[in-house]
Design a binder for this molecule. Structure first.
Ligand code: SF4
Length: 86
């Protein structure tokens, strides 16, 4: 059996890798910690990008990719867009 070909196959992500990809280093409790908040300009800029994104659910203001409530997530310094838009 040729093991070198196995390393070239796409690997499934672990639950931890999926979490990192969706949320970055953000934790839910960062939303209530002042030291983890970004400036209002940054959060408004992020939210504006989300509002124009096809993955944005306008009714609940959630992202379809990560399930987060974007009015909160956009304010956290360690948060990232799961598809790299901000
Ligand atoms: S976090 Fe990214 S994928 Fe989700 S709604 Fe905002 S821009 Fe779109």
């Amino acid at each position: 059996m040729d093991l070198s070909s196995m390393s070239q196959q796409p690997k499934e992500l672990t639950p931890f890798q999926i979490h990192k990809q969706r949320f970055g280093a953000a934790k839910p409790w960062h939303a209530i910690q002042r030291e983890h908040r970004v400036d209002t300009e940054v959060s408004m800029s992020r939210y504006s990008i989300c509002e124009g994104c096809p993955s944005f659910l306008n009714i609940t203001k959630q992202c379809k990719e990560c399930g987060c409530f974007m009015k909160i997530k956009t304010k956290i310094d360690t948060a990232v867009c799961p598809i790299g838009k901000w």
